[in-house]
Design a protein around this ligand. Sequence first.
Ligand code: HEC
Length: 127
Amino acid sequence: MAHHRIIGLKAIFLLLNLCFLQASFGEDIQLGKTIYSQCVACHSLETNLQQIGPSLSGVVNRKIGSVADYRYSNSLRNSTGVWSPERLNAFLENPQAALPGNRMPYSGLTNPTERAALIAYLATIKP
Ligand code: HEC
């Protein structure tokens, strides 16, 4: 009997933990959406809509410099690999240091919490 009660309590704590996790995840995405206002002048989230910069729809884990109808700098076009969260994090912190010679006129997002939130938000935008 006592044993069952302990298991019951454990289950309740586990559920509570999951709720907190979900709540903070939701907040991150909201924050990321707010931070995206710094990108929206140049980047659309609509697939196939290239503006000053390429569409960022599905950018997380997309091959770097790979939007077919966008004219990239040599720096981006010749880069290898994908926009993993780690590479996006480094690029958004300091675009010129991460990929020298790129043409993105953005000096960088210094706050790591804001970068993580922005990347979490971008990951929700699928083509
Ligand atoms: C003033 C315009 C401008 C702003 C603001 C801007 N970007 Fe860019 N972005 C560009 C341009 C132009 C490129 C292409 C650079 C090149 O070809 O060298 C680019 C490229 C990128 C790429 C590479 C995409 C690919 O297909 O490889 C990512 C990722 C990116 N930007 C993310 C962001 C994010 C996130 C923000 C907001 C924090 C942002 N940019 C703000 C203009 C901008």
